[in-house]
Design a protein around this ligand. Sequence first.
Ligand SMILES: [Zn+2]
Length: 347
Amino acid sequence: MTTVPPPAAPAPEPISPVQAAALQAGVLPPVEAVRPGIWTLAVPFRFGVPDATLVYVVEGSDGALTLIDPGWTADDDLDALRDGLSGIGRSLDEVGLVVVTHLHADHLGAAAAIRRATGARVAMHRLEVDALRREREDAAANDADIATWGLPEHLRAGVVEAWGSGRRIGLGRTAEPFADLLLDDGDVLPVAGRTIRTLWTPGHTAGHCCFVDEADGLLFTGDHVLPRINSGIGLGGRTGANPLGDYLASLGRLDGYADLEVCPGHEYRFRDVVTRARTLARHREERSRHVAAALDALSSPTLYEVASRVPFSGGIESMTGFLLASALTQTAFHAELLGRADEVRPA
Ligand SMILES: [Zn+2]
């Protein structure tokens, strides 16, 4: 019997013609007002894909600026951010708070340089600080995992370099993990005159947070929900939980926010986070079915053999380094969530 897969749900429409045009042209979108006292600007990320981060600038009633995800910087160069802020007649010196959705370099990367330049406080979820602190031991533990995956020999060194102890650039690109303010679920950000609430959404990383500004009708989603990209899972250090299970639960946490404008960390702003979250959850369900089918078909497979039967976009044969490691760990999360981890044979 042949089953016809349901058509892939279309990506949500961009709210902003400016962001849509920039995306089409492959250039950074210009600074744009989102609400009175709230703007978005883009800074380049030269280290990977996606290649730009959307930074949100929020003005408090005291005039101080808060940045949600300051983006990336190369060599502490903050010119892209300075240029963006000057486009709204503001300066970096007015930034008093930097809030990050999660620890990845394209979101947290510029925080340390801004803190040094301006004395701004940096806020993130406490689990992100823990993960940054554990980064070295996690990398060594990842090496031990990689050795069990059954990788073809010629791929192994590249995976260790991207995922294990060979990694040259840290998760957050910070010499020392730091935060001035540790966030927990439900915490209100210290932004004068506004109520922006922390919504803990683990999955992409263990301490990933979205931020909810109901009065302005905005939901800042970082990399938890993006309009076109399926975010990777479990990319923020090792946790005791299954990041895929966390992620699916975190998608469910967005129910009730369908009316808010979605302000993601990349691509463009859009409406109806609930529909997008359901599409993302369906994508994961489908992948679970593929992992289950691979486990049904194979006898005592290695993780690489299981993943080879999962139709990752581009195909696992084309993957190396970070992408390959991510595909394999996601396969392991699916197997575990299916209760079938013990069917995968350590190589
Ligand atoms: Zn990102």
